[in-house]
Design a binder for this molecule. Structure first.
Ligand code: PMT
Length: 227
């Protein structure tokens, strides 16, 4: 039953990192390789889903068989692509690492050394795509967010994850502990699945395809419940 458990389901997945241009040759980016998002796409396709994968910057990854790939650069491009795809999707998964800020202005020419002190880079907020997708949610659509968190002296990774789930309003949050070389760019991952009903299921450490399987198991259980 598990094998084709996503038959007839259209899933939209974002993967990789956004790049926010400073000038024609420079950008602000992050270390997301897209491996977790691609693993989600591969497993969903194997389980029979129709998969649209919206990818920002990634490592050199092969497009999983049967998956439709849409390439984007910046957060604003990712947002436009996700809204388009989500309009027709049963499940939306935001695994991409989206820049929270972008440079206020994009210079049309390469920024030059002036000899003096450099100008500070002025930033402005990017839209929160996940929050937007939640407010635009179609009836019955399931929305999964990711969270990459580090704990600190006062707050644990889990507490940050719980707060983020409330703030974003998604149906499921995959919480990854990052820092110390974890999750980003790695072949393996681990974390928790948090849901608004308060349930917290640990995802054991393993290859990103195994983490992806745990996510799709949870999604499938919820899709079945709501039918
Ligand atoms: O790509 P890999 O190298 O395989 O690494 C995988 C990963 C660690 C990047 C991935 O598992 C992960 O955790 N992705 C989310 C990373 C993240 O930046 O989380 P966040 O806490 O900043 O954002 C929370 C959620 O809101 C995410 O679903 C994110 O896609 C979304 N978001 C964030 C900011 C923004 N402006 N718009 C968004 O939609």
């Amino acid at each position: 039953a598990l094998k084709r458990s996503l038959e007839g389901v259209h899933v939209a997945i974002s993967a990789g990192g956004t790049r926010e241009a400073l000038d024609p040759v420079r950008f602000i980016g992050n270390r997301s390789s897209g491996k977790q998002g691609y693993a989600l796409a591969r497993v969903a396709a194997q389980r029979g889903a129709r998969v649209t994968l919206v990818a920002g910057n990634t490592a050199d990854l092969a497009t999983p068989a049967g998956v439709d790939l849409v390439r984007v650069g910046s957060a604003v491009e990712l947002r436009d692509a996700m809204h388009k795809v989500a309009a027709d999707a049963d499940v939306v998964v935001m695994a991409a690492a989206v820049a929270d800020f972008r440079p206020v202005s994009l210079t049309g020419h390469k920024i030059k050394k002036t000899g003096g002190d450099p100008d500070p880079i002025a930033l402005t907020k990017n839209p929160d795509i996940l929050v937007e997708l939640v407010s635009a949610r179609r009836t019955g659509q399931l929305i999964v967010g990711f969270a990459a968190e580090t704990g600190d002296e006062t707050t644990s990774v889990l507490d940050y994850g719980r707060a983020k789930l409330r703030r974003k309003g998604c149906d499921l949050l995959v919480l990854n502990a990052v820092g110390d070389g974890k999750a980003f760019e790695q072949e393996d991952n681990a974390g928790w699945l948090l849901s608004p009903d308060g349930s917290e299921t640990p995802i054991p450490h393993g290859p990103k395809t195994q983490v992806a399987s745990a996510v799709w198991d949870a999604v499938t259980a919820r899709l079945t419940e709501s039918q």
